[in-house]
Design a protein around this ligand. Structure first.
Ligand SMILES: Cc1ncc(COP(=O)(O)O)c(C=O)c1O
Length: 391
C-alpha cells in the first residue's frame, strides 16, 4: 500500500527550495561516490568557533544541567552583546532590547510573525537572501521585489524605495552587506531610507549578519536609526553556523511581543550554545575573529584575481560579505545551466542567481569565498578548465 495522500498548506506548497542548500545536497551525493567536490555554494566559514568557545563547550558538557533559559535569552549574553555594540560600534544599546534567537533565521521568523499581517505590502531588494522574503510571504505579506543593478551596487537606494512606495506599504527589509553580492548600502543612504520609512510609520528590518565582516568598520544602522529592527548572528563573524545562535535588537515595545512568540514557537534558543557563546566576547576571541576577517578579505582578493582572467564579469566588487556575484553571459550558458554543468562535470558547487531574485537572476552566479585558500584555488582551477572546454 502506498503512502497516505496528504494535503499540505498553501504556504508549504508555495515555498520553493533554497537552491544553495539543494546544490549542497547534490554535492554530497557526488562526494558519496568518492569524488571531492569544491563546495563554494554556502556561506559557511571553515574555521569553526573561536577556541575559547570550544573550551567553554567542553566544560559545559561535563555534567552541567542545561535547563531552558528565558525565551529572550540568557541575561548575561544579552549584556555581552550590548557590550559588543559599545566596543565594536560605539553605540549604547540597552540589553533589555536585545533578544537572543536560534540563528538570525529564527530572529527573522519571529520578527516577521510579530509585524506582518496577510496582505501587507513590503519592499525588498532584488537580488537578496531568499529566505528573508519567504519569511515575509509565509506570513501573508505581499512582497514587492525592487530590481537593483550595478549602478546602486545591487542594493536599495532612497530613490528606488520612493518610486515603489505605496500608501499601504508597511515596511521594508534590507540586508547590508548583502548576500549574494557582498555589497553594502552606504550608511547615509541607509539612514535616509530608514528615515523615509519612519516618517511613513513603517517598520524597517535591517539584516546586519555580515556587518562585522565589512571593510573598514562599518557602522550599525542603530547609530542613525535607534528605531530600526536589527538582526545579527553568531554564524558568520563568529564562525558558528551550526550552533544556531543569533540575536535581534528591537524597539522596547516589541520585546514582550517577541517574548510571547519565542515562548510559544520554540521556548528558547539552545542553552548550551548560549553559555558557550559568552566566550565570543572575550578579547582573545574577538582578536581571533578580526584575524579571520582579514583572511576573508585575502580570500576574496584571491577569487577576484582568479575570475579576472576568465570570461566571467564581476559588475561590482564586494565590500563586505564573503560573496562574489558574477555574470556568466559570455560563457553562452544561463546561470542554472552553468551551475548544474559545473557541478556535474567539474565538481564545483556554486549557487545560481535564481536563488536570489528575478532581475538578472539567469545571468548571475554566486561564489562563496568562505572556504580555505587551497579550496578556492582548486575551485578556480576547475572553473577555468570547465570554461575552456565549452564551445
Ligand atoms: C543575509 C542573511 N540573513 C540571514 C541568514 C541566516 O543566518 P543564520 O545562520 O544566523 O540563521 C543568512 C545565512 O546565510 C544570510 O545570508
Amino acid at each position: 500500500m502506498g503512502p497516505e495522500a496528504m494535503r499540505f498548506s498553501r504556504r508549504a506548497q508555495e515555498i520553493t527550495p533554497f537552491l544553495a542548500m539543494e546544490f549542497g545536497k547534490q554535492a554530497a551525493l557526488i562526494e558519496a561516490r568518492g569524488h571531492h567536490v569544491v563546495q563554494l555554494n554556502l556561506g559557511e566559514p571553515d574555521f569553526g568557533a573561536p577556541p575559547a568557545v570550544l573550551a567553554a563547550l567542553e566544560r559545559l558538557s561535563r555534567g552541567t544541567r542545561l535547563p531552558y533559559t528565558s525565551a529572550l535569552g540568557l541575561a548575561e549574553l544579552r549584556e555581552a552583546i550590548a557590550g559588543f555594540y559599545r566596543h565594536a560600534h560605539g553605540v549604547e544599546v540597552d540589553a533589555g532590547r536585545i533578544v537572543v534567537t536560534a540563528g538570525a533565521s529564527a530572529a527573522l521568523l519571529l520578527v516577521t510573525a510579530a509585524l506582518v499581517d496577510p496582505g501587507d505590502h513590503v519592499l525588498v531588494g532584488d537580488p537578496s537572501y531568499p529566505c528573508n522574503r519567504r519569511f515575509l510571504s509565509g506570513f501573508g505579506a505581499q512582497v514587492e521585489l525592487i530590481p537593483t543593478d550595478a549602478a546602486s551596487r545591487f542594493q536599495l537606494d532612497l530613490a528606488a524605495v520612493q518610486r515603489h512606495w505605496r500608501e499601504d506599504t508597511r515596511g521594508l527589509l534590507v540586508a547590508t552587506p548583502s548576500n549574494p553580492t557582498g555589497t553594502s548600502v552606504p550608511p547615509e543612504e541607509l539612514a535616509a531610507i530608514c528615515r523615509w520609512a519612519h516618517e511613513h510609520d513603517a517598520w524597517r528590518i535591517v539584516d546586519e549578519i555580515y556587518l562585522n565582516l565589512a571593510d573598514g568598520h562599518a557602522p550599525t544602522v542603530l547609530a542613525g536609526d535607534p528605531g530600526a529592527i536589527v538582526v545579527n548572528s553568531f554564524s558568520k563573524y563568529f564562525g558558528m553556523t551550526g550552533w544556531r545562535l543569533g540575536w535581534c535588537v528591537l524597539p522596547p515595545q516589541m520585546v514582550p511581543v517577541m517574548e510571547r512568540l519565542a515562548q510559544n514557537y520554540y521556548i528558547c534558543p539552545s542553552t548550551i550554545a548560549q553559555h558557550a557563546a559568552l566566550a565570543c566576547f572575550q578579547p582573545g576571541s574577538l582578536a581571533v575573529c578580526e584575524q579571520r576577517r582579514a583572511e576573508f578579505q585575502a580570500r576574496r582578493a584571491l577569487v577576484l584575481e582568479g575570475l579576472a582572467g576568465l570570461p566571467l564579469d564581476v559588475p561590482v566588487a564586494p565590500d563586505g560579505a564573503f560573496y562574489v556575484y558574477f555574470d556568466v553571459t559570455r560563457t553562452g550558458l544561463d546561470a542554472m545551466q552553468f551551475c548544474r554543468r559545473l557541478l556535474d562535470e567539474a565538481h564545483v558547487a556554486l549557487t545560481p542567481g535564481h536563488d536570489f531574485g528575478v532581475a538578472g537572476a539567469q545571468r548571475y552566479v554566486r561564489l562563496s569565498c568562505a572556504a580555505s585558500r587551497e579550496e578556492l584555488s582548486e575551485g578556480l582551477r576547475r572553473l577555468s578548465a570547465f570554461i575552456s572546454r565549452l564551445p
